[in-house]
Design a protein around this ligand. Structure first.
Ligand code: MG
Ligand code: ZN
Length: 403
C-alpha cells in the first residue's frame, strides 16, 4: 500500500514522472472513507499512524497555580479520558503545537488501573474503581467482587446535598458513565442501567443512548418518567444551550455520538451548560465528564481518532478550567480508566503538529495512566497510587462519608 509524503520541501524535488504517480496515488486514495475525513492521511492502515493537526486551540495559562494547604474544594469536576494513557495525552499535546489545558494543570501523578481479577482492566471495572473506590471484576459495574452494591461519588454527593452531573460522548448507559449510577453484574444491561438513572437525583446528564430511554424492548418510556420528575429532556445541543431548567437531560443520539469531527464541540458546550446549572448549589457539586471515544481510537489503532478525541476533551477541560480559575473553589482532576492500544510515539513535531505512532495491541494495556489536577486539594494527587485512591481523595476532599 502506498502513501504520500506531503511535505512541501519533498514535493519540490519530485520529477514530472513522480508527480504524475503522486496524482494517481491521491486519486486512488480518494475512497468514501477518505472523503468523510478532513485530514490528509486516512487511506491505509499505515497512514492511520500519522496525524497532522489542522485545528489548534489555545491552552489556558493557569492562575493561581497553588491554593492554601488544607483548603477544601466546594466543587469537583472529574474528567475521564477513556483509554487515555500518557502517549495519547502527549500525542494531542504535540498535535496542538506543544500545549494542552490538560498538561498545563500544575499537579500530576499516576494511577494504577489493574482490576480485581485481571491485570488488564476493562472500562466497567476501571470506571467502578474511580466512581466507587473498589476494585471489582472486569465487566461489573457499581458492585464489588462479591456482588455487593457500591455507592458512587454521585450517590455520596447527593447524600450530602451537592448537585451532580454526568456528561459523555457515548451512550449514557455505557460502562464509564454507568459506573456512577448503577449496580449491575454486566455492563451490557443497557435498559436496566437507563432505569437506574431514575433512582438517582442527578441534576444534569448529557450524552447518547436515547434508545435505552425511549425505544426499549420492554416498551417503557423513561422520558415520561423523567418529565414527571421535572427534568427538561432535550435532544440537541441548541436546546441544551437554551434550556432554562435546573434539571436537564440531553439525549443527543440514539446510541453513541459521532466522532469529534462531527460533534460540533458538543462536549465542551455541554460541560459549560452543566456548570451553569450546577454552580447554583451553595453546598457545591460533583460532575464527571468522559472523553469516551479516545478508547475507541486506541482499539482501532487510529492516531487521528485518538488525537481528535483527546483534543476535544481538552477543549472541555478548558471550559471547566476557565470556571475553576474564576471560582477558586473548584478542583479539576483529569485522568483515565486505563490505556488502550499500547500506543508509542515514533515521530513528532510540535512546531507543525505532526505526530506518528505505533501500537502494540488493539485492546487495553496495564500501563499506569496519568492524573492531572488543579484547584484546592490538587496537591494530594501527586505520586503513584491505585485508581481507587482517586475516589478516596475526592471523598475526603468533599467530606462525603457521612459516618
Ligand atoms: Mg468509557
Ligand atoms: Zn476499551
Amino acid at each position: 500500500m502506498f502513501f504520500v509524503v506531503l511535505r512541501h520541501e519533498t514535493i519540490f524535488f519530485l520529477t514530472m514522472k513522480q508527480i504524475s504517480l503522486l496524482v494517481i496515488a491521491i486519486l486512488f486514495c480518494s475512497s468514501p472513507i477518505f472523503a468523510q475525513e478532513e485530514y490528509m492521511y486516512q487511506s491505509s492502515a499505515d497512514s492511520l499512524r500519522r496525524y497532522e493537526n489542522k485545528r489548534y486551540h489555545n491552552a489556558l495559562t493557569i492562575t493561581p497555580l497553588t491554593f492554601p494547604a488544607g483548603k477544601l474544594p466546594k466543587n469537583v469536576i472529574l474528567f475521564i479520558g477513556d483509554g487515555m494513557g500518557l502517549a495519547q495525552v502527549f500525542a494531542a499535546q504535540t498535535a496542538n503545537l506543544g500545549a494542552l489545558n490538560i498538561t498545563n494543570l500544575p499537579v500530576s501523578g499516576f494511577s494504577m488501573t489493574q482490576s480485581a481479577n485481571d491485570y488488564i482492566t476493562d472500562s466497567a471495572a476501571g470506571g467502578t474503581a474511580l466512581a466507587c473506590g473498589k476494585k471489582t471484576n472486569n465487566g461489573a459495574i457499581g458492585i464489588d467482587e462479591h456482588g455487593n452494591a457500591l455507592k458512587s461519588l454521585v450517590h455520596l454527593s447527593e447524600n450530602k446535598g451537592l448537585s451532580t452531573g454526568i456528561v459523555c460522548t457515548c451512550a449514557l448507559t455505557h460502562a464509564t458513565p454507568a459506573s456512577f449510577v448503577t449496580h449491575q453484574k454486566s455492563r451490557k444491561m443497557y435498559e436496566p442501567i437507563a432505569e437506574d438513572f431514575l433512582d438517582t437525583d442527578i441534576d444534569v446528564f448529557i450524552g447518547g443512548g436515547s434508545n435505552y430511554f425511549m425505544k426499549r424492548k420492554d416498551g417503557k418510556n423513561l422520558v415520561d418518567s423523567l418529565k414527571t420528575r421535572k427534568y427538561d429532556v432535550v435532544y440537541n445541543i441548541h436546546d441544551i444551550q437554551t434550556s432554562r431548567a435546573d434539571k436537564l437531560v440531553g439525549l443527543l443520539d440514539t446510541v453513541h455520538l459521532p466522532r469529534a469531527e462531527h460533534r460540533n464541540d458538543m462536549l465542551s458546550k455541554s460541560v459549560t451548560k452543566a456548570i451553569k446549572i450546577l454552580k447554583y448549589n451553595k453546598t457545591g457539586f460533583f460532575m464527571m465528564v468522559e472523553g469516551s471515544q479516545i478508547d475507541w481510537g486506541g482499539h482501532a489503532n487510529d492516531t487521528h481518532y485518538i488525537v481528535n478525541e483527546t483534543l476535544d476533551m481538552d477543549k472541555a477541560v478548558g471550559e471547566a478550567l476557565e470556571f475553576a480559575m474564576r471560582d477558586g473553589n473548584t478542583l479539576i482532576i483529569v485522568t483515565a480508566d486505563h490505556e488502550t492500544g499500547g500506543m508509542a510515539l515514533m515521530k513528532g513535531d510540535s512546531a507543525t503538529g505532526k505526530i506518528e505512532a505505533a501500537y502494540t495491541r488493539d485492546d487495553h494495556t496495564g500501563s499506569p495512566v496519568p492524573v492531572f489536577a488543579y484547584g484546592p486539594g490538587a496537591e494530594l494527587f501527586t505520586g503513584m497510587y491505585q485508581n481507587t485512591e482517586i475516589f478516596n481523595k475526592i471523598v475526603n476532599l468533599l467530606q462525603l462519608k457521612s459516618k
